[in-house]
Design a protein around this ligand. Structure first.
Ligand SMILES: CC(C)(COP(=O)(O)OP(=O)(O)OC[C@H]1O[C@@H](n2cnc3c(N)ncnc32)[C@H](O)[C@@H]1OP(=O)(O)O)[C@@H](O)C(=O)NCCC(=O)NCCS
Length: 180
């Protein structure tokens, strides 16, 4: 598995079928606004173009190290101030998000991918808080956040559901070789 190396538009263009699997799966979308129909997702992708979904800085595909198969996505992007749920009034906090196709849950894949992205960012960027925002009912996501070392600090409403905001320090993820 490699998080962050096999990424972006060309990858999705080749494997758009696997990306369909995560947006159309009711389990995967249970806390993300529900499953989309395959046709609607394909239409959106065609209208916006693959790069719109994949080329933003901090968005990565999680791929199997051996087969290059699409497993999911992980992103570390800025949470826009127009959305609710912030640590500070100006917003734009670094926000971690992740989604795996259903067959790959329960294997530590999301943990490994999130750790890789956070570790790389911690070497590149000055220290600052990183947040995870997830529905309070999303036990798997909250467990992953806890295992990564994020601490829940507040709850708020978005998309008609209670959300939990958890926080950690970016430099807490610096690999040992970078702290010497
Ligand atoms: C949230 C989500 C990514 C969590 O996936 P996950 O596979 O449970 O997360 P992890 O990678 O941390 O794996 C943890 C599981 O793997 C097991 N595991 C096996 N090997 C492991 C390893 N080397 N390291 C860590 N965990 C390991 C753990 O014991 C745990 O098992 P459990 O589920 O029986 O408790 C997944 O449920 C998902 O894609 N959900 C839909 C999208 C979503 O809601 N995203 C949240 C929006 S931010």
């Amino acid at each position: 598995m490699s998080a962050g190396s096999a990424t972006h538009g060309a990858y999705f263009a080749r494997r758009r079928g696997r990306k369909h699997d995560d947006v159309t799966d009711p389990d995967v979308r249970a806390y993300l606004g529900g499953a989309q129909s395959r046709a609607a997702f394909a239409r959106d992708l065609d209208e916006a173009g693959v790069p719109a979904a994949t080329d933003s800085a901090g968005s990565f595909v999680i791929a199997d190290r051996h087969t290059d198969a699409f497993l999911g996505t992980v992103s570390l992007t800025r949470r826009g101030v127009h959305r609710p749920g912030h640590l500070r009034p100006c917003g734009e906090e670094l926000e971690l998000a992740y989604t795996l196709n259903r067959p790959f849950w329960g294997r530590g894949v999301a943990y490994q991918a999130a750790s890789a992205v956070l570790g790389a960012a911690a070497v590149e960027l000055p220290d600052e808080p990183v947040i995870i925002v997830t529905q309070s009912a999303n036990a798997r996501s909250l467990n992953l956040a806890r295992r990564l070392g994020f601490e829940p600090v507040m709850t708020f409403e978005e998309f008609d559901a209670q959300q939990t905001l958890a926080v950690a320090s970016l430099h807490g993820f610096r690999p040992q070789w970078a702290t010497r």
